[in-house]
Design a protein around this ligand. Structure first.
Ligand SMILES: Nc1ncnc2c1ncn2[C@@H]1O[C@H](COP(=O)(O)OP(=O)(O)O)[C@@H](O)[C@H]1O
Ligand SMILES: [Mg+2]
Length: 244
């Protein structure tokens, strides 16, 4: 079940994917044949597989950016595939990090992190306070006034992660978050993801083509020919739950 996190509050949700299929262009491109996968609360699962095997398609469907042709996806107690209006689900349950940071270039780092907090009835001072905390959490307190253009690739990705965590989502979806970084910088992002899970209990579904990144996960699931194959279990969730 949910892991023992330092705060004592397990935030992560389970993800259940059952018999999901997806094709594009009237069935000509069969991206996912039949995917079933269960991710436990607070688990870090790495999705790997060759380019074009449907990793992003699957992640997008878990994040309700797209819909499967068949099958069901459940995240916590939300039946994602039955949602008529996924806007609130996307805002509060999911944090998304992509290969490229998608920060707004005309805003400072701190303003970018505040974006998900806008329009939610949170007073400005409180928004700033929370955003400051998040920027500090990713180790960039001294760069909060910087514009994205003046940050390094790894720093931008850390700010993108802070923004994804603004509403403390129980599920983080990361699509090749280290794909545009050198390996040392990528390792920092991976260490940060592990700390997020340890401190917040966040469930993390991570797409990566980098074996070193995948080995940092609890479990590796490989997509091949539109189907999921279990890979090496690097650490069992059950054992981690028993650790102090
Ligand atoms: N919106 C789309 N329209 C048409 N084809 C798509 C679309 N999105 C993805 N595909 C196709 O679906 C397959 C899986 O893509 P994708 O999920 O992006 O793979 P991966 O992330 O593993 O590289 C590829 O053949 C890709 O070209
Ligand atoms: Mg992809």
């Amino acid at each position: 079940m949910a892991c023992d996190v330092a705060s004592g509050v397990p935030r992560g949700v389970a993800v259940t994917i059952e018999g999901v299929r997806k094709s594009f262009e009237g069935g000509r491109i069969r991206a996912l044949e039949e995917i079933s996968l269960r991710v436990e609360p607070g688990e870090i699962v790495a999705l790997t597989g060759p380019s074009g095997c449907g990793k992003s398609t699957l992640l997008n469907m878990v994040g309700a950016l797209d819909r499967p042709d068949a099958g069901r996806i459940q995240v916590g107690d939300v039946e994602v595939t039955a949602l008529r209006d996924p806007v609130e689900y996307r805002a509060t349950t999911i944090g998304f990090v992509f290969q490229f940071h998608h920060l707004i270039p005309t805003l400072t780092a701190l303003e970018n992190v505040q974006l998900p907090l806008l329009g939610r009835g949170i007073a400005r001072a409180e928004r700033v306070r929370r955003a400051r905390e998040l920027v500090a959490e990713v180790g960039l307190a001294d760069r909060e006034r910087s514009s994205p253009a003046t940050l390094s690739g790894g720093e931008r990705q850390r700010i993108a992660l802070a923004r994804a965590l603004a509403l403390d989502p129980p599920l983080l979806l990361a699509d090749e978050p280290t794909g545009a970084l050198d390996s040392a910088t990528g390792a920092q992002i991976v260490a940060l993801l592990q700390r997020v899970r340890a401190e917040r209990g966040t469930t993390i579904l991570l797409v990566t083509n980098d074996d070193r990144v995948a080995l940092a996960a609890d479990r590796i699931v490989r997509l091949r020919d539109g189907r999921a194959e279990e890979g090496a279990v690097t650490r069992s969730v059950a054992r981690r739950s028993g650790e102090a």
